[in-house]
Design a protein around this ligand. Structure first.
Ligand code: HEC
Ligand code: HEC
Length: 282
């Protein structure tokens, strides 16, 4: 055989071998992250069928925006996490047939699936501090709905998603629920507003409410009067000179469901927090 061809063959063979080894490495390392089992926190929630709990659950799901990802019919839809992982949000109506109450609580508050692996796109770090009564209310509401629609598939990780996992661009949810920083505690006087900010605003403004990227720190609320804050959450109206894209949509889809006392509590907490963190501003 021509020696040049022989060399070319050897080099090509080595390149293929390296490629295979790299693929095996990425597969094994990413699979370890995907298959990791987390300790199961204990749970004592039990769904009830009282009208009060069911109404509370429906209201909580409206202001927390569960249908933004799970669909208006709560039957799940296809989302893309960080532009690399296609992931179906679960059909919450169908799950009620197979999922016991304790597994609902672990999913909602810790991002843990029934097989003890992590979820990928469900923002459970918002609801880590959700009260037991409110988890009961949500599960009670879901169990009051007819179990319609198909079961949604588990996410499939292709090579791009697996590389994103190793690079940290994509990460499991559970560590975030265990480690996300909480927002400033201002004592019992502000508990109601603090709680609502954690379960409804933290998803985008961060669990410590300090914002990320284009989403501002919620100290910005101190530039709104109480009436202006009501107009922002109910109608999506911005303060003069402010340009908003996302908040007006959220007012329409979620925040107009807030009761007056809830908007008052949010305003009291967020302005008191702004005074502590940014003294000097109104
Ligand atoms: C940002 C999008 C998003 C929002 C908002 C959201 N979810 Fe999810 N949820 C998902 C996705 C995606 C899954 C599928 C599991 C995953 O993330 O890997 C899921 C899964 C679940 C599961 C089932 C887990 C399992 O084992 O199948 C429950 C229960 C759940 N969500 C409840 C809720 C509730 C209640 C709310 C509102 C408080 C909510 N979700 C808000 C995206 C979301
Ligand atoms: C789904 C993401 C999301 C959630 C949830 C969310 N916000 Fe926002 N918020 C944004 C973004 C993005 C902006 C930047 C301006 C815009 O695009 O509307 C913003 C801006 C704001 C501003 C600044 C307005 C201005 O005049 O500059 C305030 C105040 C605010 N949010 C309050 C809240 C409160 C209170 C909650 C919870 C009840 C909340 N947001 C929940 C995404 C969110």
């Amino acid at each position: 055989m021509n020696p040049v061809l022989k060399w070319a063959g050897a080099v090509a063979g080595a390149a293929v071998l390296l490629g295979v080894l790299a693929w095996v490495y990425v597969y094994v390392e990413s699979e370890a992250i995907i298959q990791r089992r987390y300790p199961l926190p204990s749970s004592t929630v039990h769904a009830v069928d009282t009208a009060k709990a069911i109404a509370r659950g429906k209201h909580l799901m409206a202001i927390a925006g569960c249908s933004g990802c799970h669909g208006a019919d709560l039957q799940g839809r296809l989302l893309t996490k960080n532009g690399v992982l296609p992931v179906w949000s679960s059909n919450l109506k169908r799950l009620t047939q197979s999922m016991p109450d304790d597994e609902f609580e672990r999913a909602i508050r810790f991002g843990i699936k029934p097989d003890a692996t992590s979820m990928w796109a469900m923002p459970s770090y918002d609801d880590t501090y959700m009260s037991e009564d409110d988890v009961i209310a949500i599960v009670s509401y879901l169990r009051s709905l007819p179990p319609d629609g198909p079961v949604r598939p588990e996410p499939e990780f292709d090579l791009r998603a697996r590389i994103a996992l190793l690079e940290g661009i994509l990460a499991p949810i559970v560590p975030d629920t265990l480690e996300s920083p909480s927002s400033l505690d201002l004592g019992p006087r502000y508990d109601g507003g603090h709680y609502l900010a954690r379960v409804t605003c933290a998803e985008c403004h961060g669990t410590d409410l300090t914002g990320t990227g284009v989403v501002p720190d919620l100290t910005v609320v101190s530039s709104y009067s109480r009436a202006g804050f009501f107009a922002l959450l109910r109608e999506g109206r911005a303060a003069p000179g402010h340009v908003l894209k996302v908040m007006p949509q959220l007012a329409r889809s979620r925040f107009h469901y807030f009761a007056d006392y809830e908007i008052d509590a949010l305003y009291d907490y967020l302005t008191a927090r702004a005074k502590v963190l940014k003294p000097g501003r109104r």
